[in-house]
Design a protein around this ligand. Sequence first.
Ligand SMILES: *Cc1c(COP(=O)(O)O)cnc(C)c1O
Length: 218
Amino acid sequence: MSLTENYQNIKLKIPDHIELVAVSKTHPAEMIAELYEIGQRVFGENKVQELTEKYEKLPKDIHWHLIGHLQSNKVKYIAPFVNTIQSVDSEKILDEINKQAEKNDRKINVLLQVKIAQEDSKFGLEISEAEDLIRKKMAGEFANVNIKGLMGMATFTENQEQIAGEFNILKSLYDKINNYFPLEKLSMGMSDDFLLAIKSGSNSVRVGSAIFGARDYR
Ligand SMILES: *Cc1c(COP(=O)(O)O)cnc(C)c1O
C-alpha cells in the first residue's frame, strides 16, 4: 500500500473529533509533504535536530509536536516555531520552555507527560508531580506556556487489559484535573493501541509506523 493509502485507512478508523498526530520521525520530508498535500497538518517528531531540519524544509503552517524527551539546552532551537511540546517530564524543562517562550515573545502549548507504564524505562512525571505543576500554573507561574493536557505511553506489551488499565489511570487524572483546571488534550495511543486508547478516552493519538511503515534506525 502507498503512504497515502495507509494514511487514509488510518484516518477512517479515527473519529473526526479526535486529533491525529502523524509521527514522522526517521522518515524524510518528502513523505511529510505528501501527507501535507492531502490535508494533514499535525506532525510529531522526537528529536530536536531532525525537527528543526524538517521545519526549515516544509510549509510553515504545519503544527509541529515534539513527542520525545527534551534536554534543557535544546529548547532554544525549537522555541521559535514548535506548536506543542508533548513531553514535559520535569519542572526544570517546563521552566526552560517558559523562559524560551518568553524570549520569543510567544506562548508554547505543552502537555505534561505522565508515567503510567509499569516499565521504568519510560520518562514521565509522577501523578503528584503533574498536579503540582498544575497548581503552580494556577498560582501564576509559567506564564508563557499553555498547559493543554496530558500525554502518556502504555507499557510495551500484548496484554490489552494492562494497557487499558494504564490508559484508565491517565483518563482518571485528566478528569480529576479538569475539575479545577481546564484541559483539552488527552494524548494517548500509538500504532498498536490507538483504538483502545480512544475507547479509554483519548482525544489525540500519535500514530507513526501504521502510517509511514517501519522505522529504520541506524
Ligand atoms: C515513536 C512514537 C510514537 C509513534 O509510535 P508508532 O508505534 O510508530 O505509532 C508515539 N509516541 C511517542 C512518544 C513516540 O516516541
